[in-house]
Design a protein around this ligand. Structure first.
Ligand code: FES
Ligand code: FES
Length: 129
């Protein structure tokens, strides 16, 4: 058995088998966030059709918790409208994973923040102004 060190089974599953790793081809929106303290980075790219996120992928230099939360964020966001995806909060992600150790909450913020930035990026590009 793998020692879990306070991680839930869901976190371990998403860490060992992350979903949607990489970058979508020809993205409609890209969001990058970094934690300046530690230098960890997260990038989320999205494809959007008629206001729905049809594809989403992530890349990160972060730790296992960052990988697991990003994997979960991509699963939550795929198929959602932009308005729905925008409402996916840092807490939603942690809840979906049945919790994260408190000292790892900052890592889980990277993915939700990068998703929100990717949506912002898409909206900026498509604004007809
Ligand atoms: Fe840096 Fe988690 S992303 S420690
Ligand atoms: Fe950098 Fe956790 S230590 S995000």
């Amino acid at each position: 058995d793998v020692p879990q060190i306070g991680y839930t089974e869901k976190v371990m599953d998403h860490f060992m088998h992350p979903r949607n790793v990489g970058a979508v081809a020809d993205p409609d929106g890209v969001g990058q966030v970094g934690n300046p303290v530690c230098g960890d980075l997260m990038e989320v790219s999205i494809k959007v059709e008629k206001d729905v996120i049809t594809d989403i992928k992530f890349k990160t230099f972060g730790c296992g918790s960052a990988i697991a939360t990003a994997s979960m964020v991509t699963e939550l966001a795929k198929g959602k409208t932009l308005d729905e995806a925008e409402k996916i909060s840092r807490q939603d992600v942690a809840d979906e994973l049945d919790g994260l150790p408190p000292r790892k909450m900052h890592c889980s913020n990277l993915a939700a923040d990068a998703l929100h930035k990717a949506i912002e990026d898409y909206r900026k590009k498509t604004e007809t102004g």
